[in-house]
Design a protein around this ligand. Sequence first.
Ligand code: PRE
Length: 364
Amino acid sequence: MSERPDDPEWRLDERRARIDAIDEQIQSLLADRARTAQEIARVKEACGDTMFYRPERERQVLARVRARHQGPLPEEDVLRIFREIMGSCLALEQALTVAYFGPEGSFTEGALRKHFGGAVAALPQATIAEVFRAVTAKAADFGVVPVENSAEGIVNHTHDLLMRSPLVIVGEVVLRVHHQLLARAQGLDEITHVAAHPQALAQCRGWIERHLAHCEQVAVSNNAEAARRAASESHLAAVASREAAAHWGLPILAANIEDAPDNATRFFVIGRHAVGPSGQDKTSLLLTAPHTPGSLHALLEPFARRGISLLRIESRPAQRALWEYVFFVDIAGHEKDPVIEEALAELEQRGGVVRRLGSYPQAV
Ligand SMILES: O=C(O)C(=O)C[C@]1(C(=O)O)C=C[C@@H](O)C=C1
Protein backbone atom coordinates (compact mmCIF):
# COMPACT_ATOMS: atom_id res chain seq x y z
CA MET A 1 0.00 0.00 0.00
CA SER A 2 1.31 3.45 -0.92
CA GLU A 3 1.56 5.98 1.95
CA ARG A 4 1.19 9.28 0.08
CA PRO A 5 -1.96 11.25 1.15
CA ASP A 6 -2.32 12.64 -2.41
CA ASP A 7 -2.43 9.12 -3.80
CA PRO A 8 -6.14 8.21 -4.54
CA GLU A 9 -5.54 4.58 -3.61
CA TRP A 10 -4.09 5.57 -0.24
CA ARG A 11 -7.03 7.92 0.39
CA LEU A 12 -9.52 5.16 -0.43
CA ASP A 13 -7.80 2.67 1.90
CA GLU A 14 -7.58 5.24 4.69
CA ARG A 15 -11.33 5.92 4.54
CA ARG A 16 -12.19 2.24 4.30
CA ALA A 17 -10.17 1.66 7.46
CA ARG A 18 -12.25 4.40 9.11
CA ILE A 19 -15.49 2.71 7.99
CA ASP A 20 -14.22 -0.64 9.37
CA ALA A 21 -13.60 1.00 12.76
CA ILE A 22 -17.05 2.67 12.74
CA ASP A 23 -18.74 -0.63 11.80
CA GLU A 24 -17.01 -2.30 14.74
CA GLN A 25 -18.45 0.34 17.09
CA ILE A 26 -21.95 0.09 15.55
CA GLN A 27 -21.90 -3.70 15.92
CA SER A 28 -20.75 -3.56 19.51
CA LEU A 29 -23.45 -0.93 20.34
CA LEU A 30 -26.08 -3.07 18.63
CA ALA A 31 -25.11 -6.05 20.79
CA ASP A 32 -25.30 -3.79 23.89
CA ARG A 33 -28.74 -2.58 22.87
CA ALA A 34 -29.96 -6.13 22.23
CA ARG A 35 -28.72 -7.30 25.65
CA THR A 36 -30.51 -4.34 27.27
CA ALA A 37 -33.76 -5.33 25.50
CA GLN A 38 -33.29 -8.87 26.91
CA GLU A 39 -32.92 -7.34 30.39
CA ILE A 40 -36.14 -5.36 29.80
CA ALA A 41 -37.87 -8.64 28.91
CA ARG A 42 -36.72 -10.15 32.23
CA VAL A 43 -38.00 -7.08 34.13
CA LYS A 44 -41.37 -7.40 32.36
CA GLU A 45 -41.51 -11.14 33.17
CA ALA A 46 -40.68 -10.50 36.82
CA CYS A 47 -43.72 -8.16 37.02
CA GLY A 48 -45.94 -10.75 35.31
CA ASP A 49 -46.17 -8.47 32.27
CA THR A 50 -46.46 -10.42 29.02
CA MET A 51 -46.90 -7.36 26.77
CA PHE A 52 -43.44 -7.33 25.23
CA TYR A 53 -44.45 -5.31 22.17
CA ARG A 54 -44.97 -1.67 23.18
CA PRO A 55 -46.13 0.48 20.24
CA GLU A 56 -46.27 3.60 22.45
CA ARG A 57 -42.60 3.22 23.44
CA GLU A 58 -41.56 2.51 19.83
CA ARG A 59 -43.34 5.73 18.76
CA GLN A 60 -41.32 7.66 21.37
CA VAL A 61 -38.01 6.10 20.26
CA LEU A 62 -38.73 7.00 16.61
CA ALA A 63 -39.82 10.54 17.55
CA ARG A 64 -36.43 11.00 19.29
CA VAL A 65 -34.58 9.67 16.22
CA ARG A 66 -36.49 12.15 14.06
CA ALA A 67 -35.79 15.08 16.41
CA ARG A 68 -32.03 14.29 16.44
CA HIS A 69 -31.83 13.78 12.69
CA GLN A 70 -29.43 16.06 10.80
CA GLY A 71 -28.59 14.09 7.65
CA PRO A 72 -26.80 13.40 5.42
CA LEU A 73 -28.81 10.15 5.15
CA PRO A 74 -32.50 10.72 4.28
CA GLU A 75 -34.68 10.85 7.42
CA GLU A 76 -36.92 8.05 6.09
CA ASP A 77 -33.89 5.74 5.76
CA VAL A 78 -32.68 6.43 9.29
CA LEU A 79 -36.19 5.81 10.67
CA ARG A 80 -36.38 2.54 8.75
CA ILE A 81 -33.02 1.39 10.17
CA PHE A 82 -34.13 2.16 13.74
CA ARG A 83 -37.45 0.36 13.15
CA GLU A 84 -35.46 -2.71 12.07
CA ILE A 85 -33.20 -2.49 15.12
CA MET A 86 -36.22 -2.31 17.46
CA GLY A 87 -37.92 -5.14 15.57
CA SER A 88 -34.86 -7.36 16.00
CA CYS A 89 -34.58 -6.45 19.70
CA LEU A 90 -38.28 -7.23 20.17
CA ALA A 91 -37.77 -10.61 18.44
CA LEU A 92 -35.27 -11.49 21.20
CA GLU A 93 -37.99 -10.74 23.76
CA GLN A 94 -40.85 -12.45 21.93
CA ALA A 95 -41.42 -13.97 18.48
CA LEU A 96 -44.44 -12.22 16.94
CA THR A 97 -46.78 -13.46 14.24
CA VAL A 98 -48.65 -10.81 12.26
CA ALA A 99 -51.53 -11.64 9.90
CA TYR A 100 -52.13 -9.35 6.92
CA PHE A 101 -54.38 -8.94 3.90
CA GLY A 102 -52.22 -10.80 1.38
CA PRO A 103 -50.99 -12.23 -0.80
CA GLU A 104 -47.23 -11.76 -0.54
CA GLY A 105 -46.15 -8.61 -2.32
CA SER A 106 -49.38 -6.72 -1.49
CA PHE A 107 -49.27 -3.11 -0.24
CA THR A 108 -50.55 -4.38 3.10
CA GLU A 109 -47.42 -6.51 3.43
CA GLY A 110 -45.42 -3.33 2.69
CA ALA A 111 -47.28 -1.59 5.54
CA LEU A 112 -46.59 -4.56 7.86
CA ARG A 113 -42.86 -4.42 7.11
CA LYS A 114 -42.77 -0.64 7.53
CA HIS A 115 -44.38 -0.98 10.96
CA PHE A 116 -42.87 -4.19 12.37
CA GLY A 117 -39.68 -4.59 10.27
CA GLY A 118 -38.37 -7.88 8.89
CA ALA A 119 -38.08 -9.89 12.13
CA VAL A 120 -41.77 -10.84 12.60
CA ALA A 121 -43.40 -13.87 10.98
CA ALA A 122 -45.92 -12.53 8.43
CA LEU A 123 -49.03 -14.61 7.75
CA PRO A 124 -50.85 -13.70 4.48
CA GLN A 125 -54.67 -14.03 4.57
CA ALA A 126 -57.01 -14.24 1.58
CA THR A 127 -59.55 -11.73 2.94
CA ILE A 128 -59.71 -8.86 5.43
CA ALA A 129 -62.21 -10.93 7.45
CA GLU A 130 -59.60 -13.72 7.73
CA VAL A 131 -57.14 -11.23 9.24
CA PHE A 132 -59.66 -10.32 11.96
CA ARG A 133 -60.40 -14.01 12.52
CA ALA A 134 -56.71 -14.99 12.82
CA VAL A 135 -56.08 -12.36 15.51
CA THR A 136 -59.31 -13.13 17.39
CA ALA A 137 -58.50 -16.88 17.36
CA LYS A 138 -54.91 -16.14 18.56
CA ALA A 139 -53.42 -17.70 15.41
CA ALA A 140 -51.65 -14.31 15.08
CA ASP A 141 -50.65 -11.70 17.68
CA PHE A 142 -51.58 -8.74 15.47
CA GLY A 143 -53.18 -8.02 12.11
CA VAL A 144 -52.68 -5.35 9.43
CA VAL A 145 -55.62 -4.20 7.27
CA PRO A 146 -56.15 -1.29 4.83
CA VAL A 147 -58.43 1.52 6.06
CA GLU A 148 -58.53 4.38 3.57
CA ASN A 149 -56.85 5.69 0.47
CA SER A 150 -56.23 9.37 -0.14
CA ALA A 151 -57.67 9.09 -3.67
CA GLU A 152 -60.51 6.60 -3.36
CA GLY A 153 -61.77 6.94 0.20
CA ILE A 154 -62.50 4.32 2.82
CA VAL A 155 -62.20 0.53 2.64
CA ASN A 156 -65.79 -0.37 3.53
CA HIS A 157 -65.05 -3.97 4.44
CA THR A 158 -62.54 -3.05 7.16
CA HIS A 159 -65.00 -0.57 8.70
CA ASP A 160 -67.85 -3.08 8.71
CA LEU A 161 -65.60 -5.67 10.42
CA LEU A 162 -64.40 -3.13 13.01
CA MET A 163 -68.05 -2.51 13.86
CA ARG A 164 -68.59 -6.15 14.85
CA SER A 165 -65.15 -7.21 16.12
CA PRO A 166 -63.97 -7.28 19.75
CA LEU A 167 -60.43 -6.40 18.60
CA VAL A 168 -58.88 -2.96 19.18
CA ILE A 169 -56.80 -0.71 16.97
CA VAL A 170 -53.21 -0.63 18.30
CA GLY A 171 -51.45 1.29 15.52
CA GLU A 172 -51.71 3.02 12.16
CA VAL A 173 -49.35 2.98 9.19
CA VAL A 174 -49.34 5.45 6.31
CA LEU A 175 -47.74 4.22 3.12
CA ARG A 176 -47.05 6.20 -0.03
CA VAL A 177 -48.52 4.13 -2.82
CA HIS A 178 -46.95 3.95 -6.26
CA HIS A 179 -48.40 1.81 -9.01
CA GLN A 180 -46.33 0.17 -11.75
CA LEU A 181 -47.48 -1.32 -15.04
CA LEU A 182 -46.09 -4.86 -15.19
CA ALA A 183 -46.19 -7.06 -18.27
CA ARG A 184 -44.18 -9.55 -20.28
CA ALA A 185 -45.24 -7.73 -23.50
CA GLN A 186 -42.54 -5.76 -25.33
CA GLY A 187 -44.69 -2.65 -25.77
CA LEU A 188 -48.05 -1.14 -24.77
CA ASP A 189 -49.58 -1.96 -28.19
CA GLU A 190 -49.21 -5.72 -27.48
CA ILE A 191 -51.40 -5.46 -24.38
CA THR A 192 -55.10 -6.31 -24.70
CA HIS A 193 -56.11 -6.49 -21.00
CA VAL A 194 -55.11 -4.52 -17.92
CA ALA A 195 -55.85 -6.12 -14.54
CA ALA A 196 -55.84 -4.78 -10.98
CA HIS A 197 -57.97 -4.28 -7.89
CA PRO A 198 -60.79 -1.80 -8.78
CA GLN A 199 -59.26 0.82 -6.45
CA ALA A 200 -55.89 0.60 -8.21
CA LEU A 201 -57.58 0.87 -11.64
CA ALA A 202 -59.40 3.96 -10.35
CA GLN A 203 -56.18 5.50 -9.02
CA CYS A 204 -54.57 5.16 -12.47
CA ARG A 205 -57.71 6.04 -14.48
CA GLY A 206 -56.15 9.02 -16.28
CA TRP A 207 -52.96 7.21 -17.26
CA ILE A 208 -54.87 4.12 -18.47
CA GLU A 209 -57.22 6.32 -20.57
CA ARG A 210 -54.23 8.04 -22.18
CA HIS A 211 -52.05 4.97 -22.82
CA LEU A 212 -54.23 1.84 -22.71
CA ALA A 213 -57.57 3.11 -24.06
CA HIS A 214 -57.70 0.06 -26.38
CA CYS A 215 -57.52 -2.42 -23.46
CA GLU A 216 -60.22 -4.23 -21.58
CA GLN A 217 -60.01 -3.55 -17.84
CA VAL A 218 -60.14 -6.64 -15.62
CA ALA A 219 -61.06 -6.16 -11.96
CA VAL A 220 -59.43 -8.76 -9.67
CA SER A 221 -59.41 -9.22 -5.89
CA ASN A 222 -55.94 -7.68 -5.39
CA ASN A 223 -53.01 -6.34 -7.39
CA ALA A 224 -50.71 -9.23 -6.48
CA GLU A 225 -53.23 -11.59 -8.12
CA ALA A 226 -53.10 -9.35 -11.23
CA ALA A 227 -49.29 -9.68 -11.23
CA ARG A 228 -49.58 -13.46 -10.92
CA ARG A 229 -51.78 -13.50 -14.03
CA ALA A 230 -49.49 -11.13 -15.95
CA ALA A 231 -46.65 -13.57 -15.35
CA SER A 232 -48.46 -16.28 -17.34
CA GLU A 233 -50.66 -14.28 -19.77
CA SER A 234 -48.46 -12.32 -22.16
CA HIS A 235 -51.18 -9.93 -23.43
CA LEU A 236 -52.32 -9.01 -19.92
CA ALA A 237 -50.67 -6.20 -17.96
CA ALA A 238 -51.02 -5.76 -14.20
CA VAL A 239 -51.13 -2.60 -12.13
CA ALA A 240 -49.13 -3.58 -9.04
CA SER A 241 -46.19 -2.78 -6.77
CA ARG A 242 -42.42 -3.01 -7.32
CA GLU A 243 -42.43 -5.86 -4.79
CA ALA A 244 -44.92 -7.78 -6.97
CA ALA A 245 -42.69 -7.13 -10.02
CA ALA A 246 -39.71 -8.59 -8.16
CA HIS A 247 -41.74 -11.51 -6.79
CA TRP A 248 -42.96 -12.57 -10.26
CA GLY A 249 -39.86 -11.48 -12.20
CA LEU A 250 -41.99 -9.13 -14.31
CA PRO A 251 -40.55 -6.13 -16.19
CA ILE A 252 -41.94 -2.67 -15.29
CA LEU A 253 -43.26 -1.23 -18.58
CA ALA A 254 -44.24 2.11 -17.01
CA ALA A 255 -43.36 3.38 -13.52
CA ASN A 256 -45.45 5.39 -11.02
CA ILE A 257 -48.57 5.58 -13.19
CA GLU A 258 -50.92 6.79 -10.41
CA ASP A 259 -52.81 10.00 -11.25
CA ALA A 260 -52.18 11.70 -7.89
CA PRO A 261 -48.47 11.89 -7.03
CA ASP A 262 -49.21 12.06 -3.27
CA ASN A 263 -51.29 8.88 -3.32
CA ALA A 264 -51.20 7.29 0.16
CA THR A 265 -52.94 4.41 1.92
CA ARG A 266 -53.63 4.21 5.64
CA PHE A 267 -53.63 0.87 7.46
CA PHE A 268 -54.69 -0.18 10.94
CA VAL A 269 -52.76 -2.58 13.13
CA ILE A 270 -55.32 -4.56 15.14
CA GLY A 271 -54.73 -6.55 18.32
CA ARG A 272 -56.37 -7.97 21.41
CA HIS A 273 -55.00 -5.55 24.04
CA ALA A 274 -55.24 -1.78 24.51
CA VAL A 275 -52.11 0.39 24.12
CA GLY A 276 -50.93 3.00 26.67
CA PRO A 277 -50.38 6.70 25.82
CA SER A 278 -47.30 7.71 23.79
CA GLY A 279 -47.89 11.47 23.94
CA GLN A 280 -48.80 11.60 20.20
CA ASP A 281 -51.93 9.49 19.91
CA LYS A 282 -55.21 9.13 18.06
CA THR A 283 -58.44 7.58 19.30
CA SER A 284 -60.94 5.90 16.97
CA LEU A 285 -64.59 5.74 18.02
CA LEU A 286 -67.81 4.26 16.71
CA LEU A 287 -70.61 6.73 17.44
CA THR A 288 -74.32 6.86 16.73
CA ALA A 289 -76.88 9.64 16.56
CA PRO A 290 -80.69 9.54 16.25
CA HIS A 291 -82.47 10.91 13.16
CA THR A 292 -83.29 14.28 14.64
CA PRO A 293 -82.20 17.77 13.59
CA GLY A 294 -78.89 18.77 15.17
CA SER A 295 -78.07 15.26 16.47
CA LEU A 296 -74.70 15.05 14.68
CA HIS A 297 -73.79 18.48 15.99
CA ALA A 298 -74.73 17.37 19.52
CA LEU A 299 -72.58 14.25 19.07
CA LEU A 300 -69.45 16.21 18.21
CA GLU A 301 -70.02 19.22 20.45
CA PRO A 302 -68.49 17.61 23.62
CA PHE A 303 -65.18 17.33 21.71
CA ALA A 304 -65.34 20.86 20.25
CA ARG A 305 -66.16 22.39 23.66
CA ARG A 306 -63.00 20.83 25.12
CA GLY A 307 -60.75 21.80 22.20
CA ILE A 308 -60.30 18.17 21.09
CA SER A 309 -59.41 18.00 17.37
CA LEU A 310 -61.61 15.94 15.10
CA LEU A 311 -59.33 14.25 12.53
CA ARG A 312 -61.80 12.19 10.49
CA ILE A 313 -65.47 11.35 10.30
CA GLU A 314 -67.01 8.68 8.07
CA SER A 315 -70.57 7.40 8.06
CA ARG A 316 -71.56 3.78 7.37
CA PRO A 317 -74.95 2.01 7.36
CA ALA A 318 -75.43 0.51 10.83
CA GLN A 319 -76.43 -2.93 9.45
CA ARG A 320 -79.27 -3.04 12.00
CA ALA A 321 -82.09 -1.13 10.34
CA LEU A 322 -82.51 0.48 6.95
CA TRP A 323 -81.27 4.09 6.84
CA GLU A 324 -79.67 3.92 10.27
CA TYR A 325 -76.08 5.16 10.31
CA VAL A 326 -73.04 4.95 12.54
CA PHE A 327 -70.05 7.31 12.46
CA PHE A 328 -66.38 6.36 12.51
CA VAL A 329 -64.67 9.27 14.24
CA ASP A 330 -60.93 9.80 14.84
CA ILE A 331 -59.90 12.38 17.42
CA ALA A 332 -56.44 13.59 18.48
CA GLY A 333 -55.31 12.23 21.86
CA HIS A 334 -55.54 9.07 24.00
CA GLU A 335 -58.70 7.84 25.71
CA LYS A 336 -56.82 8.07 29.03
CA ASP A 337 -56.19 11.83 28.53
CA PRO A 338 -58.40 13.53 31.16
CA VAL A 339 -60.24 15.80 28.66
CA ILE A 340 -61.00 12.87 26.37
CA GLU A 341 -62.13 10.72 29.31
CA GLU A 342 -64.53 13.52 30.26
CA ALA A 343 -65.90 13.99 26.73
CA LEU A 344 -66.39 10.22 26.30
CA ALA A 345 -68.10 9.89 29.69
CA GLU A 346 -70.52 12.67 28.67
CA LEU A 347 -71.26 11.00 25.32
CA GLU A 348 -71.56 7.56 26.86
CA GLN A 349 -74.14 8.87 29.30
CA ARG A 350 -76.18 10.10 26.33
CA GLY A 351 -75.87 6.76 24.51
CA GLY A 352 -73.82 8.27 21.66
CA VAL A 353 -70.86 5.89 21.93
CA VAL A 354 -71.33 2.46 20.37
CA ARG A 355 -67.74 1.33 20.91
CA ARG A 356 -64.24 2.64 21.66
CA LEU A 357 -62.19 1.16 18.83
CA GLY A 358 -58.83 1.96 20.39
CA SER A 359 -56.19 4.58 21.16
CA TYR A 360 -52.87 4.21 19.34
CA PRO A 361 -49.72 6.15 18.46
CA GLN A 362 -49.98 8.40 15.38
CA ALA A 363 -48.07 7.05 12.39
CA VAL A 364 -44.43 8.25 12.25
O1 PRE B 1 -38.88 -0.54 25.90
C1 PRE B 1 -39.32 -1.69 25.84
O2 PRE B 1 -40.35 -2.04 26.47
C2 PRE B 1 -38.64 -2.70 25.03
O3 PRE B 1 -39.02 -3.85 25.07
C3 PRE B 1 -37.50 -2.31 24.12
C4 PRE B 1 -37.95 -2.06 22.70
C5 PRE B 1 -36.73 -1.46 21.93
O4 PRE B 1 -36.04 -2.22 21.27
O5 PRE B 1 -36.49 -0.25 22.07
C6 PRE B 1 -38.37 -3.32 22.06
C7 PRE B 1 -39.68 -3.68 21.92
C8 PRE B 1 -40.80 -2.82 22.33
O6 PRE B 1 -41.84 -2.88 21.41
C9 PRE B 1 -40.38 -1.43 22.56
C10 PRE B 1 -39.06 -1.08 22.67
